[in-house]
Design a protein around this ligand. Structure first.
Ligand SMILES: [Zn+2]
Ligand SMILES: [Zn+2]
Length: 179
């Protein structure tokens, strides 16, 4: 379903609609996860030397919070456009086709393969620094406790004055940390 032969594309364009899984997109461990599947709707338009795909993906992506490292869901509505060009004929229209802004993918043996375009757009749609919430408190740098779910004993020694820090270090060195 994610590979379309240009022979099957009528002049008015071909509508492609299907469910796309994490496996379909060959997403890596570090990439966003997909909750269940993403719904793909796309239109493939064939030109004389190239081919254009306009589409959207809807569903829920799973991200890892950069502060607390917990996984969280976020709805994703990804619009994309990809241009496919036959590598053999590329160059002819490069100078003035005005498509610089579009992502260009190779068109091999008159087939359009959506896998790479979809994977890249899913990855690009993810924030660089995903946060489960704007005010995520992250992990304690000392004991690793997720501070969103509970406070830890280390928190209590966080103080404003550098002299107070010295005092607390001395206190801590005498007293084992509260568990
Ligand atoms: Zn978080
Ligand atoms: Zn702690």
């Amino acid at each position: 379903m994610l590979t379309v032969s240009l022979r099957d594309v009528p002049p008015e364009g071909l509508r492609v609609a299907c469910a796309v899984s994490r496996e379909d997109l060959r997403l890596a461990e570090k990439d966003p996860g997909i909750k269940d599947v993403l719904a793909l709707t796309a239109y493939v338009y064939a030109g004389e030397t190239d081919c254009r795909v306009d589409g959207e993906l809807h569903g829920v992506l799973i991200h890892e919070c950069v502060r607390c490292l917990e996984l969280f869901d976020r709805p994703a509505d990804i619009l994309f456009r990809a241009v496919y060009q036959d590598p053999e004929r590329r160059g002819a229209g490069d100078a003035g086709d005005g498509d610089e802004a579009d992502d260009v993918y190779p068109m091999v043996t008159a087939r359009v393969d959506l896998h790479d375009a979809l994977r890249e757009h899913v990855i690009l749609s993810a924030p660089m620094q995903p946060l489960c919430s704007e005010d995520c408190r992250g992990l304690c740098q000392v004991c690793g406790q997720n501070l969103n779910t509970a406070a830890c004993a280390c928190e209590e020694v966080k103080v404003a004055s550098p002299f107070a820090v010295l005092r607390d270090v001395r206190v801590l060195s005498r007293k084992p940390p509260v568990s």
